[in-house]
Design a protein around this ligand. Sequence first.
Ligand code: PLP
Ligand code: ZN
Length: 382
Amino acid sequence: MGDCLKYSIQCSKCRSEIELREWVWKHTECNGTLNIEFKGLENIRFSNILRKEYNDIRRYMELLPVKQEYVPKIPVGGTPLAKRHLGANVYFKMDYLNPSGSFKDRGAYITLAKVKELGCQEIIEDSSGNAGIAFSLLARTAGIKANIYIPKKAPEGKKRFLKLLGANVVEVEGSREDVNKEALKAERKGKGVYVGHWWNPFFIEGLKTIAYELWEQLGEKIDYIFTPVGSGGLFLGIFKGFLELKNMGAIPTIPKLVAVQAQGYCSLCEKLGLSYETKERSKLADGIMILKPPRLSEIINAIRETEGFCVVVSDKEIVLALKELINMGFIVEPTSATAYAAFKKSFSEKLVGESSNVVIVLTGSGLKVLDKLNSVIFRSNL
Ligand SMILES: Cc1ncc(COP(=O)(O)O)c(C=O)c1O
Ligand SMILES: [Zn+2]
């Protein structure tokens, strides 16, 4: 079994190349975010390097910066697509069907393989819930100890799940940014390596496999991809996957990427000049309640390069979208419903036409937040 293709790690700010001797998650000299760049993609044919014996993330090992011997024991990825005619041709990517119930499993899988290869035994992660759950589940299978920092106000279902998985859970009072500060303090005290997905480039490498799967499932015909954006890892992962496919000559252009934010957490949309009438903050979209994502300028660049756009949705729109999704058979959480709400809005505003092929990424399972679904759907007076 061959190693993956050659790659380098680069700082997005000062462009230095980083040598990976021990775990890194940012460029310590300039605080820039790091990105992984595979070499010689123009000489590769994507379909020739697939490991066709696998129908999960291992199918793409040649393009993942880890050694297969270190990957967690439970496979992730390989999630289905469901087609519906909803004005346009809509394809729901059911990524909430991953082992821990969210797309975050892909990022945690690759990160943990790297952590293990580097000989680290203990990780620190800050999360709104799903990433923490993904790390906790996969760390268990890899024999690594997980310290998970989450907001005290995270949904009860997610907190219960984390405890069930045996993680050391630290609940932090305050915003998602306060949680991040506490996790970084723990790292400084030497309580493990910090793998926070706001920064960690290996996490994005796992997430890019969604693009590879979409290419295998739909080929060149995708016009738009709608995803919720919190830290933007999902968005940037999908962008990177398609960029690599383009560099390998598999597609002529990257689909238009549509970034979806929730009311009151829309720094990206504001940067792009979109004003939104209400300043009231969302109470439902707990996965994307991030005020200042560290990779903001990279997200803006991806929107511009793909001629995509940004949409802000309200809690009222989220509830309507969530009810419709459940009626269609998709048991997802409110954060996931933002992407469908944004599609509905864009379609009614004619930003997306009837003949378009649209992918909506369904990111997180509703089964972790049944209390929240119950109160939103049955008791909401929104
Ligand atoms: C269900 C769900 N969807 C979307 C997101 C946003 O992902 P990202 O932070 O990669 O933008 C999250 C993040 O926690 C999430 O939990
Ligand atoms: Zn730098």
